[in-house]
Design a protein around this ligand. Structure first.
Ligand SMILES: Nc1ncnc2c1ncn2[C@@H]1O[C@H](COP(=O)(O)OP(=O)(O)OP(=O)(O)O)[C@@H](O)[C@H]1O
Ligand SMILES: [Mg+2]
Length: 575
């Protein structure tokens, strides 16, 4: 057994502590069931010899009854052991899933959104569903069948060791053959899985990009890609079947050879009179009964190996570093945020998205960030709730470094609205009170009124109880933005960040929301990113960014005079 497999089993045993009750019961019923199998085969000898050889035919009528009792008890115990072992494996898998989910929630944002790792993490969550049946089966099989093999072997050896040994000479061939074929199966199956993943991915991509496909008449090309992948999947799948069936045939063949050997040698012994017919029959039964559990055991071993592969990927996720905060409780800003020599780069090898930013964002004022697309505006604000940390330099809140604050309390200071806000597949009301579970319905309504959202919410089929994304209901971009803004008005966080949050609204609605936001100024810090510069002219401070650097700072009146870039942007957008 490989070292990794042992480690994996060791790991599983750690979880056994959590589920010791089904485990203990499962083992007890496995023991009982194996014991009965052993008893059944062992008793063939005395029964056969006594009733048939010694001709005590009057006892014959008890034989069927005895068999029925043994078999039904065995079946009953088998059922119980399967039930408890399943409860054990499902329990373990759910525990692993829970821990995995929790882990994912506390991974750094950057880690989760990085294209490749994001995919890996979601694949890992799928991996758990692959482990579950395998693990369930393995647990059942290992305890029950291994015990059965032991019991049957003892029965056979005890009666005639040389005959038993002879019957087992084919065993190594079975073990090595199935192991080899199992490895082949596994390898091919892994490719099949990757291929399935590719298919799902393509399918999703095609559906997402369906408009592009339709408009560009690229149906044929897409079909060709898809057909190619299907062909690959087809071939791999057949290969898996080939290896698996070969493994079964091997076992059948070896069982046949084993059977022939034992009948040949055993029969000779009986004819010579050195073995009673009852003992012979009993050994024969025991040996024949052994092969099936052995086959199951080898399958369980293969399954365990597979589960271990999935496990090692899961384990990697567990080892990923979680995001870490400090111990200080963050309080609403009194003075403001200070960027000290901040540079930021999304990943090694990529150009800097922010470079040498020295900036003071005063508290309780309205601050606007402007600049051409790709200037680094969204990047800059993502650093405040620590979605990312600066690559160089530091950011301070009222003189204290952001990383010294406890993460939850720091993030709780913020309310954020993005250009494409995310709404959960929940009711409108649930989506809103996510940010303030204790809010009263009146408060929610008031917030919606301020966000200019009340009217359209009330016209939805079930008003606030309408579940988003169901029954074909989808909101327009502007409606989503207003719901996201309503969240901000509901929570009224000390720091409000709007990144193109009103970009999809008509001018009248936008103005109404702006004036509601202006009411908050004075107690709340407002950071606004907007392309439509007419919306930011009233800001107390406007920061002009270009190519990751701050190029100018000031009020609208000042910047119109001193910043050519600002003047340009303003004139283009105001028209
Ligand atoms: N997740 C990311 N991974 C890698 N690079 C990124 C990522 N997000 C943004 N960038 C890069 O960082 C730079 C700044 O992007 P940012 O989104 O901050 O610009 P922006 O000023 O908000 O632009 P826009 O007005 O178009 O929203 C760009 O060059 C962009 O390509
Ligand atoms: Mg942006």
């Amino acid at each position: 057994m490989g070292n990794d497999t042992l480690k994996f089993i060791q790991y599983l045993f750690k979880y056994l502590k959590l589920f010791y009750k089904p485990f203990v019961l499962g083992v007890i019923f496995s023991l009982l069931s194996s014991f009965l199998t052993g008893l059944g085969t062992w008793s063939i000898k005395p029964i056969f010899n006594y009733v048939f050889v010694e001709k005590h035919y009057e006892f014959f009528k008890y034989v069927p009854l005895y068999l029925v009792i043994i078999f039904s008890l065995n079946g009953f115990f088998s059922l119980l052991q399967a039930y408890y072992m399943k409860s054990l494996s499902t329990g373990i898998i759910n525990q692993i899933r829970l821990e995995l989910f929790k882990k994912c929630l506390s991974l750094p944002y950057a880690r989760l959104v990085r294209e490749r790792s994001g995919q890996t993490i979601s694949r890992v969550i799928n991996d758990t569903s692959q482990i579950e049946p395998v693990l369930g089966e393995s647990f059942q099989i290992f305890f029950k069948e291994a015990l059965t093999v032991l019991v049957l072997l003892s029965v056979a050896f005890y009666q005639r060791w040389d005959l038993t040994l002879l019957a087992l000479v084919t065993l190594p061939a079975i073990i090595y053959g199935t192991k080899y074929l199992g490895m082949k199966t596994r390898r091919t199956r892994r490719l099949t899985q990757a291929s399935t993943g590719e298919l799902t991915h393509r399918m999703g991509e095609i559906l997402q990009g369906i408009k592009e496909i339709k408009i560009s008449a690229s149906k044929e090309i897409m079909l060709k890609f898809f057909a190619r992948e299907l062909e690959r999947f087809y071939r791999l799948n057949l290969k898996v079947t080939k290896y698996r069936e070969a493994s079964k045939s091997l076992v059948d063949l070896m069982t046949g050879i084993g059977g022939a050997l034992i009948i040949g040698y055993g029969g000779t012994l009986v004819i010579r009179g050195s073995l009673t017919p009852g003992a012979f029959l009993s050994i024969l039964t025991a040996i024949l009964l052994i092969f099936n559990p052995i086959r199951k055991l080898s399958r369980a071993y293969t399954g365990l190996k597979e589960a271990q592969g999935a496990w090692s990927r899961i384990e990697e996720v567990f080892y990923l570093e979680e995001e870490k905060g400090g111990t200080l409780k963050a309080m609403p800003p009194e003075r403001g945020f200070e960027f000290k020599g901040v540079s930021f780069c999304y990943d090694k090898g990529l150009p800097y998205a922010l470079k040498d930013v020295n900036l003071f964002l005063p508290a309780k004022k309205m601050i606007a960030l402007v600049g051409p697309s790709g200037a680094g505006k969204s990047t800059l604000i993502s650093l405040l709730p620590r979605f990312y940390d600066p690559t160089e330099g530091s950011i301070l809140l009222d003189g204290i470094e952001l990383k010294d604050f406890e993460l939850g309390s720091l993030r709780n200071l913020f309310g954020l609205v993005w250009q494409e806000p995310f709404l959960f597949n929940l009711s409108v009301l649930d989506n809103l009170i996510l940010v303030k579970p204790e809010a009263t319905f009146e408060e929610v309504k008031e917030a919606c009124k301020l966000a200019q959202a009340l009217e359209f919410i009330e016209s939805l089929p079930k008003g606030f109880e309408t579940v988003l994304g169901e029954e074909g209901l989808s909101l327009s971009g502007g409606q989503k933005q207003r719901l996201a803004l309503a969240r901000v008005f509901l929570k009224k966080p000390p720091v409000i960040i709007l990144d193109e949050a009103t970009s999809q609204l008509d001018t009248l609605t936008e103005k109404a929301i702006e004036s509601a936001l202006h009411e908050l100024k004075g107690q709340h810090t407002l950071i606004v990113i907007a392309h439509r510069l007419s919306t930011v002219t009233k800001a107390d401070l406007i920061v002009v960014l270009d190519k990751g650097r701050i190029v100018s700072l000031g009020t609208h009146e000042e910047l119109i005079v001193k910043s050519p870039l600002y003047k340009d942007l303003y004139q283009t957008f105001v028209r």
